[in-house]
Design a protein around this ligand. Structure first.
Ligand SMILES: [Zn+2]
Length: 279
């Protein structure tokens, strides 16, 4: 983003990432309806430990930003309040009572109150959650957790990556899972790996690093453009309704194109009918 800010300020940039868990990771305190209790913790100590608030456990970071490990080797975690939710009109909805609340100072409101504040007056009469959160298919108002789970602010929680990029004015798109053919950088890795394998075997980390950089540097710009066009053709093929093997066939057949020709759909239809007639 720093490079784009510096050299390509006037362009409109979209970052494309694959659907890896690391790319989709949300902030530790991001909204999540799972595991929320229905009512505030009892300040007098029944149920939860006395005074224990509900929130998320986040790793404790040292001064250098690294996680801290306890004597048992486990990462030390500390309590953090969940981030504010948002009403449909955009106002923030704190999930915790104010610190000067007479009954529940600073404590988690619980799903019933959160829903009541959103106009669900029957929230107290609903179950906290259906067993194992396995609600009946198609039903969206069976339990507090299901209703909250489907609220726009809970659905639209952004990943850390999206958040960082969008705050700086860059749009992010995630590719569908298990479709590396849509991500042309995968073909670049493939090219670099082929080159890397041709270097003599070595166990010296310095040489290996040099080889890796040389392999990455070796990918010609023209090849990158071809890989990019190949991914665009796959995208076009899927948009036309082709399945995996049809898309592979079409991408190969029209390898000089950025997108697939419009008559392709008719051609595929014809081939499908022919195949159906002969089977
Ligand atoms: Zn339910």
């Amino acid at each position: 983003m720093d490079i784009l800010d510096k050299h390509y300020r006037t362009e409109d940039h979209v970052f494309i990432y694959d659907n890896a868990t690391t790319h989709k990771k949300c902030a530790d305190d991001a909204l999540s309806a799972r595991h929320m209790p229905k009512y505030p913790p009892n300040p007098n100590g029944k149920g939860r430990k006395k005074g224990e608030n509900w929130g998320v456990k986040v790793p404790l970071l040292g001064p250098n930003g690294n996680v801290i490990h306890g004597s048992d080797g486990k990462v030390v975690k500390v309590f953090k309040k969940m981030a504010d939710a948002q009403f449909s009109d955009g106002r923030p909805q704190p999930l915790y009572f104010p610190d000067d609340h007479p009954q529940y100072p600073g404590l988690f409101k619980g799903m019933a109150v959160i829903l009541e504040e959103r106009g669900f007056s029957n929230a107290r009469s609903l179950k906290a959650e259906c067993k194992g959160f396995k609600c009946a298919p198609g039903i969206t108002d069976c339990c507090c957790q299901r209703i909250l789970f489907n609220q726009p602010d809970f659905v639209g929680v952004k990943s850390l990556l999206e958040d960082v990029c969008e705050r700086r004015g860059y749009r992010v798109i995630f590719l569908p899972k298990f479709h590396p053919e849509l991500n042309f950088i995968e073909m670049c890795w493939g090219y670099a790996k082929r080159v890397y394998c041709q270097f003599p075997i070595s166990s010296d980390p310095m040489i290996l690093e040099k080889n890796a950089l040389a392999a990455l540097e070796s990918i010609p710009l023209l090849s990158m453009r071809r890989f990019s066009n190949r991914s665009l053709r796959f995208m076009d093929g899927y948009r036309c309704g082709l399945n995996g093997s049809e898309a592979i066939w079409a991408v190969k057949k029209y390898h000089g194109h950025r997108c697939l020709p419009p008559e392709l759909v008719h051609e595929i239809e014809f081939e499908r009918k022919k195949a159906a007639a002969t089977s």
